[in-house]
Ligand binder design. Sequence first.
Ligand code: BGP
Length: 488
Amino acid sequence: MFKVKNGFPENFLWGGATAASQVEGAYDVDGKGLSTSDMVPYKPMEHSNDNMKIEVTSEQLKAYLEDDSKEYFPKRKGVDFYHRYKEDIALFAEMGFKVYRLSIAWPRIFPNGDDKEPNEAGLAFYDKVFDELEKYGIEPFVTMTHYEMPINLVLKYNGFESRQAIDDYLRFAKVIFKRYKGRVKYWAPFNELNMMLTSPYTCGGVISDVSKYKDNEYQIKYQATHHQLIASALATKLCREIMPDAKIGCMIARLETYAATSKPEDQLQALLDEQLNVFYPEVLINGKYPNYIWRYFKEKGINIEMEPGDEEILRENTGDFIAFSYYMTYMATANPEPGVQVSGNLVGTSQNPHLELTDWDWPIDPIGLRITLNRLYDRFKVPLFIVENGLGAHDKVEDGKVHDPYRIDYLRRHIEQMKEAIIDGVDLIGYTTWGCIDLVSCGTSQMSKRYGFIYVDQDDHGNGTLERIRKDSFYWYKKVIQSNGEDL
Ligand code: BGP
């Protein structure tokens, strides 16, 4: 299948991942328009999964647009990658990255989403980023949009609730495919398609309280998802036409789920949750809505409005790989007590008594990653790419250094399980740890939830020098890459 050295394929893509909305900052510089993430204020969260939902109401949005002086919007500042990308990419190269996952901020290219012409300054920025990556031989992996929809499209037609979003998205796709043809080999149309179920605003620019499906939240989310699935398939078609050598695949948040007990009904709930999670690759890799989803849609009163030709679009434009984020495992229970979080509503659970928890109550489960890799490969038989995995933790600077043995331990244990999965026969092609540099947390907008190999001097309120400091894990990951996963 593929030559293995020290347990990993010789050409294994080691690297790290970020998102424009969480690192770039410069939210209104060089013609960039406002994105959905620019309208998410600081919402601290400690030791709870309560606000995994990153949502904004129509009233809040109106207030933020009119006068945002009262709120602090951390993602507008990020960690100033926009001006420091050369320094940061040099640090990634120092660790030996083979690949760097980044996203393109859609409103840098089309400030209002529907502008007649793209914004040249925005296109030129990513030219320079790709130049820098090329200088060090680092392959870009581009998430075409990672929670950065132009806010004007939310105001104009409630984001991906409207089918119009497909056309505007494809205009954006065509511009970036043509511009970066030959420079970017790996593409993912959206970030974590399935998180539409908890965060329709963040994932699809959909504000539920103004939705035309107001009385059925499932209809809102799955109709918007249908539009993103069609957009993904048509982007895949465009990609094949414009860049035949590129690879494009679907990206989900993997929610590996265990039955809370050996009760058959809990095991059945775990099966149903698994089906909800793999629904997206079922459509985008296997080319059709899976049979099981129609029962679920019926039970939830969901009636997907499709247009003639939609089924052919999905059947004829399937992806090359499955990319996914993996942080933790979940537990499914058929009869949750009031207040118990269950994976069916896609909220992380801290109930598994056998797993230790992170500072933010995310269960740590390295073996779960081996299970996930086997499950996904057994079902889809396409290459897999782990594009997010990491530990959000409180780090502190001591005498100019950051000692993060807990992060090294977390990553080491997950990489060990990746090695096991490869021995199991899984075709795993790459691994980009999440937040290779400290950045603004997606769910909580906190800087203090740090993931990076590189510490950034900035606190939750945007105070700091933005100085970069190599953590102990920086030097550890450098050895891991140098030894192709042998020296852990
Ligand atoms: C994923 C997002 C990433 C990243 C990650 C960690 O859902 O794709 O953008 O943020 O979550 O979550 P958080 O930043 O909330 O710790």
